[in-house]
Design a protein around this ligand. Structure first.
Ligand SMILES: NC(=O)c1ccc[n+]([C@@H]2O[C@H](COP(=O)([O-])OP(=O)(O)OC[C@H]3O[C@@H](n4cnc5c(N)ncnc54)[C@H](O)[C@@H]3O)[C@@H](O)[C@H]2O)c1
Length: 261
C-alpha cells in the first residue's frame, strides 16, 4: 500500500546517497512504490549491493546502483554524471549519507571529528553543489533535500560533533535555498528523531545509558518508524511541496520540543 498517490513521483529521477543504509533502504523502496526512478549511491561494494537489490526485488528498469565515496569531489562528479546518464535527467537529490561516533566530547579524537565532518557535512555540500550545477545546466527546476536530524537544534549528549554537522546542514540548506530560488531549485531538509533502525537502534541495543535517555526523550512514546522519514522525503520531493524552500521538516515524535533528559 502506498501513502500517497501511486504515481505522485512518476517521471521524477532521484539520486540518494547512503541509500543502502537502514533508513536508506526503506526510502528507496518507498520511492519505487511511488513510481520514481532512483540512482542509489553507497560505499557498499558492488557484489553486496547487487545482493541487497535482488533480495529487495528492486527492478533494474527503475533503479541503478552507483558506488562512490561521497566525501571525494571527483567521485561525486562521476556519481552525478552517472545519475544523469542512468535515467536521462536529475530531478531530486537526496543528501542522505551520514554516520555517528559516540564519545564524550572531552575524549573525542581529532581524526573522528574530521571523519564526521567529511561524511556528514562535506559530502552534503559536494553532492548538493554538483546536483545544483547539473540541474542548472539542464534547465531543471529540481529539488535538493538533506537528511538532517532533530539534534540540529538539540545538544543531545555524546554525539556533539554529529550535532554540529547537522546544524551545519541547516545553514547549508538555508543558504542554498536562498541562492538557488531564482533558478527554481527548492532546497529543504528532513529532520528525523530517534529511528527504530540504523544508527539510533545500534546505540539503543548496545549503550544502556543511551537507551535510558532515549526512552524518556520521545513524547509520542515510541521509536520512529523509518517509513515516516521516507514519507516526509516523498512529500518534499513531490509537486505538493513546490512552494516550500528553505525549511526543515521535523519528523521526530516531538523529541525536540523540550529537554526530557
Ligand atoms: N537512525 C536514526 O535514528 C537517525 C536519526 C536522524 C537522522 N538520521 C540520519 O539518517 C541518515 C541515515 O542514517 P541510518 O541510521 O540509516 O544509518 P546507516 O549507517 O544505516 O546508513 C548510512 C549509510 O551511509 C553510507 N555511507 C557512509 N559513508 C559514506 C560515504 N562516504 N559515501 C557513500 N555512502 C556512505 C553507509 O555505507 C550506510 O549505508 C544519516 O544521515 C543519519 O544522520 C538517522
Amino acid at each position: 500500500m502506498t501513502t500517497f498517490a501511486k504515481d505522485c513521483l512518476a517521471g521524477k529521477m532521484f539520486l540518494i546517497t547512503g541509500g543502502l543504509g537502514a533508513i536508506g533502504q526503506v526510502v528507496v523502496g518507498r520511492l519505487l512504490e511511488h513510481s520514481a526512478c532512483v540512482t542509489v549511491n553507497d560505499i557498499v561494494e558492488e557484489g553486496r549491493a547487487q545482493q541487497i537489490i535482488r533480495e529487495k526485488a528492486w527492478s533494474s528498469d527503475h533503479l541503478a546502483y552507483a558506488r562512490a565515496d561521497v566525501t571525494r569531489p571527483e567521485e561525486v562528479e562521476r556519481l552525478v554524471s552517472r545519475a544523469l546518464g542512468a535515467f536521462g535527467r536529475l530531478d531530486v537529490a537526496l543528501c542522505h549519507a551520514g554516520m555517528a561516533f559516540t564519545s564524550p566530547i572531552i575524549d573525542y579524537s581529532e581524526s573522528d571529528w574530521q571523519k564526521i565532518m567529511d561524511v556528514n557535512l562535506k559530502s552534503a555540500f559536494l553532492v548538493a553543489q554538483a546536483s545544483a550545477r547539473a540541474m542548472t545546466e539542464h534547465g531543471i527546476k529540481g529539488k535538493i533535500i538533506f537528511t538532517s536530524s532533530w539534534v540540529q537544534d538539540v545538544p543531545w549528549p555524546d554525539i556533539t560533533p554529529y550535532n554540529v554537522t547537522k546544524s551545519g546542514i541547516k545553514m547549508l540548506m538555508r543558504g542554498m535555498a536562498r541562492e538557488l530560488a531564482a533558478k527554481g531549485i527548492r532546497v529543504n531538509s528532513v529532520a528525523p528523531g530517534i529511528v527504530a533502525v540504523g544508527m539510533a537502534k545500534r546505540q539503543w541495543d548496545t549503550e544502556p545509558d543511551y537507551r535510558r535517555r532515549a526512552q524518556k526523550a520521545i513524547p509520542l512514546g515510541y521509536m520512529q518508524p523509518p517509513e515516516s522519514v521516507a514519507d516526509a522525503l516523498i512529500f518534499l520531493s513531490s509537486d505538493a511541496s513546490d512552494y516550500i524552500t528553505g525549511t526543515t521538516l521535523l519528523v521526530d515524535g516531538g523529541s525536540s520540543l523540550y529537554p526530557m533528559d
